[in-house]
Design a protein around this ligand. Structure first.
Ligand SMILES: *Cc1c(COP(=O)(O)O)cnc(C)c1O
Length: 423
């Protein structure tokens, strides 16, 4: 399709958009009485209007039923989390028993490392260069916890000189090179900085061939890209729910543990009563007998008030379907790319897109490297109702989230950007 940089054309794309009704399901912050252009759904998704009711229901059940809400609420609290299994399994490409909800992302990665990182003569960890800082701190502290040296243990896959993205062939050859010393490959499914999507199937295969475990941090992948965790044979994964999944600030997240480990009672885990045999949980027995499946990694009684917005969100995803979401995602991302190129031509190249151009290697995000006075341009955008974010040294990240961003937003953004550059 040939795009045009005009309001009429953008409005036409909106009129044809099958997901357009969903925009109205979200609450936008306002700028001069109009919806902001929201590009940071990769950081904190907008609030769906339907979420309020899910939270109110829990508040009301708590008021009216108190402790009896565990069993007699309309959605009883003791097995509230089980409502996530089906919708989440579709988002993650997993069997319902392979996914569970609990804690938050970095906490879950630590807990999964307990099960899947047991250093022996195989002790090295492969991760991506410039991983999200929390992941770097997580690796460093895990390595310290095991009494190992971080310089020797953590192997980062680097970008080649002058390139913005990591090449798959470099990941695979590093895995082969570390070989017998490799315990774990753990990288992001989508890089938070560049928006690059990694080939998780190929990485998992290579990691397994080397005899290592393979896990993924899906912070920027869950609810954004097509995942087939079960079929790709990924060992474990974790994500957060407040980015593309719109569950609210710092909200509860989830884990994936592949079915092949569900009967492995030797797999060490840090246990708590909520992961104990469901039928016998309230018998208060002395010995831990894990629930079958990923739920067996739960530790504490779950935060129901935190799960309520998350449930609203996964049910919306189930309604929309990942295929529809991805179809719009690709089109609106391409339209944004087109707009950026048009403006760049008009203003004589003051920025460059560092996200891969190949549609199979990117999803909802375009990262734009600003040459020159980037920070003041960023400030200008924010002051003019474009919500984006700034990443050192000179990058703004733009995520035209398909559930609520419009094509007209992209056109409008182009106009504001141009004004910000030419003054
Ligand atoms: C957002 C993000 C996190 C955040 O972790 P929390 O534990 O939820 O604070 C971690 N890792 C990556 C890759 C992220 O993008």
């Amino acid at each position: 399709m040939t795009f045009q940089n005009s309001r009429e054309f953008a409005q036409q794309l909106d009129a044809q958009d099958e997901l357009r009704a969903y925009r109205n399901e979200f609450i936008f912050p306002k700028h001069n009485g109009k919806n902001v252009i929201y590009f940071t759904g990769n950081s904190l998704g907008l609030q769906p209007k339907r979420t309020q009711k899910y939270v109110d229901d829990v508040m009301n059940d708590w008021a009216n039923l108190a402790v009896e809400g565990h069993f007699y609420a309309e959605k009883p609290w003791w097995d509230y989390h089980e409502r996530f299994a089906n919708p989440l399994s579709k988002i993650l490409g997993a069997k319902p028993s392979e996914v569970s909800v609990m804690n938050t992302l970095t906490v879950n990665l630590h807990l999964l490392m307990v099960s899947f990182y047991k250093p022996t003569t195989r002790y090295k960890i492969i991760c991506e260069e410039k991983a999200f800082p929390s992941d770097q701190y997580m690796f460093q502290s895990q390595v310290q916890f095991h009494g190992l040296d971080k310089e020797d243990t953590i192997v980062e896959i680097k970008r080649r000189e002058g390139e913005h993205n990591i090449r798959l062939e470099d990941i695979i050859s590093k895995i082969e090179e570390v070989g017998d010393e490799l315990a774990l490959v753990l990288i992001g499914g989508v890089n938070y900085y560049t928006g690059q999507v990694f080939d998780m199937k190929a990485i998992t295969e290579a990691g397994h061939k080397a005899g290592a475990k393979v896990g993924f941090d899906l912070a920027h992948a869950a609810g954004n890209i097509k995942l087939e965790l079960h079929d790709w044979n990924v060992d474990f994964a974790a994500w957060c729910s407040y980015k593309y999944m719109n569950s609210g600030p710092g909200n509860a997240s989830g884990i994936f543990v592949h079915e092949k480990f569900h009967n492995d009672k030797d797999l060490v885990r840090f246990a708590g009563w909520w992961g104990h045999n469901k039928e016998r949980r309230f018998k208060m027995e002395p010995d831990f007998d894990p629930v079958h499946g990923a739920d067996g990694w739960q530790i504490s009684n779950l935060p129901i008030l935190s799960l309520a917005p998350y449930l609203a969100s996964v049910e919306m995803f189930a309604e929309v379907g990942m295929e529809n979401l991805i179809a719009k995602r690709d089109k609106i991302t391409s339209y944004l790319e087109f707009i950026l190129h048009e403006i760049d031509k008009e203003v004589d190249s003051t920025f460059e897109i560092i996200t891969p151009t190949n549609p199979t290697e990117r999803a909802s995000q375009l990262s734009v490297f600003l040459h020159g006075e980037g920070r003041s341009l960023f400030d200008y955008l924010m002051k003019n109702g474009v919500i984006t974010d700034w990443r050192e040294p000179n990058v703004i990240r733009l995520a035209p989230v398909p559930l609520y961003c419009s094509y007209e937003d992209m056109y409008e953004f182009g106009q504001i950007l141009k004004k910000g550059i030419v003054g």
